[in-house]
Design a protein around this ligand. Structure first.
Ligand code: ZN
Ligand code: ZN
Length: 416
């Protein structure tokens, strides 16, 4: 039996509810989506509870499910995923944190936060991270590694014995407050040790960054210096997640630009590709993602393409922009179809709904589309929230990839 490729297209937060300014239709209903509708005509649509009925998913837990893992069993917080998504390597027992370059000033012997994001635009970030990795790579017996994410954001990884993620942040989360002291949240030697390490990293980062040439230059130009690293959201990599290779025997690649989601993809064994021009926002170069996906399908069994713009527009309540991003996903679907129609199993889905009227993730079931040449189609010829009600699929998020693997003629038999 011929094995087919797998193509998973996710419009983040794409699911919606009736939007008054769209005549109570949804963005998927009003957007022009000839390619998605064609796939719906030749495939199946339906409703999917990504985590469980009525549970509003985070993008991390949702993608764990879409990659076949039960998030209730495997999810341990976002920290490790964020770090993996910006290129960190993580071993079991490592602690990952999110960091911000921030601006502080000295006042009565205290460090007071002036700007939690150091003006947000920090083009010197790579250079500052390099200096930190040279001068602050060890505290006690623990290795410390800094990774630049986007703008003022970074990931920090602690690698060594006896660590814990049960520690509070050094980011006070408020301007005008002194830099916070990390405290153990549990009375264990591991938490105590880790809190001490975080405090040392935070204070030393100030010593290293305050007179850094890049910051002296920023001050000269009237910009807030990126003179400290504030830490938050400690998370430990306790379990090694099963890889798609082990679960389904497939080699997979991820195309996107959102660290959190790419981190989940990497944790399940996908190789990560961020095409030039992909931003994780509504200004992303979605055409570049489509080209990258087609290129990768030559070498990989599966390609996952993530489009964040649908969710970004939803959180900001931008109706027209969300419609445009849905059409961008339709473009990606059509572009890949031009090369792989008949050769691949296609699935299109949101990871959750982010209704424009709510501006937050909700637990609504999402419309899902599955198109494979090996599958008998249902009667529905459109892909949107309303048509999905009449469709034939009723599945959970973690079932989707298994159905894809099955129709790709790659599933292993359960039993004799
Ligand atoms: Zn999401
Ligand atoms: Zn969101």
């Amino acid at each position: 039996m011929r094995k087919l490729k797998l193509v998973l297209l996710v419009g983040d937060g794409m699911g919606d509810r009736p939007v008054p300014s769209l005549g109570n239709k949804t963005p998927l209903e009003v957007a022009s989506t000839p390619n998605l509708d064609e796939m719906a005509r030749r495939g199946r649509v339906g409703l999917m509870d990504v985590i469980a009925p009525g549970v509003p998913p985070g993008s991390d837990t949702a993608h764990l499910a879409l990659f076949g893992l039960d998030p209730f069993e495997w999810y341990e917080g976002r920290g490790p995923f964020e770090a993996l998504g910006v290129g960190a390597e993580l071993d079991q027992g490592d602690v990952a944190l999110r960091g911000n370059f921030a601006t502080v000033k000295e006042e009565n012997g205290k460090l007071i936060v002036v700007d939690r994001r150091a003006g947000r635009k920090v083009p010197e970030a790579e250079e500052l991270v390099k200096t930190l990795n040279e001068k602050l790579n060890k505290v006690k017996d623990v290795e410390v590694r800094f990774y630049h994410a986007t703008e003022h954001r970074l990931a920090v990884v602690l690698h060594g014995p006896g660590l814990s993620d049960e520690v509070s942040d050094t980011d006070p989360h408020e301007v005008g407050k002194p830099v916070a002291l990390s405290k153990p949240l549990k009375d264990t030697p591991e938490a105590k040790k880790t809190a001490e390490i975080l405090n040392e990293i935070t204070l030393k980062s100030y010593e290293i960054l305050k007179d850094h040439p890049a910051n002296l230059e920023r001050v000269k130009r009237g910009l807030p210096p990126a003179n400290i690293v504030l830490l938050r959201g400690a998370g430990m990599m306790r379990k090694r997640l099963p890889k798609l290779q082990e679960l389904f025997g497939i080699r997979a690649a991820a195309v996107g630009a959102t660290a959190l989601v790419l981190g989940v993809a990497k944790a399940v064994g996908m190789d990560i590709y961020v095409p030039k021009g992909a931003t994780g926002g509504i200004d992303t170069d979605y055409r570049a993602k489509a080209r990258e996906a087609v290129k990768l399908l030559e070498d990989y069994d599966m390609v996952f393409v993530h489009l964040k713009g649908t969710d970004a527009a939803s959180h900001d309540g931008l109706v027209e922009e969300k419609v445009r991003m849905v059409e961008a996903l339709d473009y990606i679907a059509g572009y890949i179809m031009d090369y792989y129609d008949g050769e691949a199993v296609f699935a299109v889905t949101p990871d959750h709904a982010t209704p424009l009227t709510v501006k937050e993730h909700t637990g609504d079931p999402v419309p899902v589309l599955l198109y494979a040449p090996t599958q008998i189609p249902d009667e529905v010829g459109e892909y949107n929230e309303r048509s999905a009600i009449k469709g034939s699929l009723r599945i959970r998020g973690k079932d989707l990839i298994r159905l894809m693997v099955n129709y790709a003629n790659r599933a292993k038999k359960f039993g004799a």
